[in-house]
Design a protein around this ligand. Structure first.
Ligand code: SF4
Length: 346
């Protein structure tokens, strides 16, 4: 059993978890909202340290991160669990497993149930020729102790670290990432607090704070919005969302607008997949707001998959699906007009 980071002991044996914005106050014998952190006699434990449920190699374009080492591969890990409860989750069978098996043992780890120490994760990443480790598929915040230990070792071995996250990290969690986390793709699922409350059982403001905090900390940041017809595709809402990205972060932050496919609780909702024209309308709203790099996701072959120089229009990174067709950059700048293209290119 591994003691948790970032919590405070309270009266009557209770503990206050400070890892994410839920800030759960947990009684002895209980677990937090994420169901993977348990108070045992006044000490908070993580139930998922060393219990990865995946260890796969995939392209950075899949995260998606388009301005971070294009064409490179990631060693991707996850454990079970999530601090959100999105009814449309695309990975619900692993993210919601602990909630569905409430109070039960959390499986994961090696093939025979043995713990997988961070050293083995890093060795595997090196053996597979990966440039970095991605903490992804579920929510890295809820397995932060494991991710943190892997990140420390990875940095010592010259690897980088990437989070794919819902952005619900607490300020203390962000502080603990300092010097360890190099890039992140954060979901901004909506610009309405009601959406976060009803669909995710969370709040909007902490996500906005995380975006600002990561950007200010110099972590390479890209943002994804899964566009769900009738739920978060209102043009007025998307205008507000993209204005926030431009004003509070930067016009240079890449924005991925992803197509939704019915999953989990939304399977019988009658809400069909996102039409391409809805995505294209969102892309146009992003451009009008001043965003310089907007991409359609989950629509392989779409024109917007490639990166064009905002200065002269030259294609500087060609993509199709997760494949890189060509990289035409000189020292991180457009060879045509010399305009620097933001990102981590080498
Ligand atoms: S990580 Fe978040 S959801 Fe889980 S116990 Fe801590 S505060 Fe609660």
């Amino acid at each position: 059993m591994h003691e948790a980071m970032l919590y405070q002991k309270q009266d009557q044996g209770r503990v206050r978890c400070q890892l994410c914005a839920h800030g759960c106050l947990i009684k002895p014998g209980d677990r937090g909202i994420c169901q993977v952190r348990e108070n045992q006699e006044g000490t908070l434990y993580t139930l998922v340290w060393g219990k990865p449920i995946s260890g796969s190699v995939d392209p950075i374009e899949k995260k998606p991160l388009f301005h971070f080492l294009p064409g490179s591969t990631s060693y991707s890990i996850a454990t079970l669990g999530c601090n959100f409860q999105c009814g449309f989750c695309q990975n619900w069978n692993i993210s919601q497993y602990p909630r569905q098996e409430k109070g039960g043992e959390i499986p994961g780890g090696g093939p025979h149930g043995e713990l997988v120490p961070p050293g083995r994760v890093v060795q595997e990443a090196l053996a597979q020729d990966c440039a970095y480790i991605s903490y992804t598929y579920t929510e890295p915040t809820i397995y932060f102790e494991y991710a943190h230990d892997c990140m420390e070792l990875a940095v010592r071995q010259g690897l980088k670290n990437v989070f794919v996250s819902n952005g619900y990290e607490s300020p203390q969690c962000l502080e603990a990432c300092r010097g360890l986390l190099h890039a992140a793709n954060i979901d901004l699922k909506s610009f309405r607090d009601e959406f976060y409350k009803s669909e995710c059982k969370a709040r909007l403001q902490p996500v906005l704070d995380t975006l600002k905090g990561m950007h200010a900390a110099g972590i390479w940041l890209e943002v994804t919005t899964l566009v769900i017809p009738g739920k978060n595709d209102d043009p007025g809402e998307l205008r507000e969302l993209t204005a926030f990205l431009v004003k509070e972060l930067s016009p240079e932050v890449p924005w991925h607008v992803s197509a939704y496919h019915p999953q989990y609780k939304y399977q019988d909702s009658g809400i069909g997949p996102t039409p391409v024209k809805t995505l294209e309308r969102a892309l146009e709203i992003g451009r009008q707001a001043g965003l310089l790099y907007v991409y359609a996701g989950n629509v392989p072959g779409h024109d917007s998959e490639s990166t064009a120089c905002p200065g002269c229009g030259r294609r500087v990174v060609g993509r199709r699906g997760y494949r890189i067709l060509g990289l035409d950059l000189k020292d991180g700048a457009c060879p045509g007009c010399g305009r620097p293209i933001p990102g981590v290119w080498a």
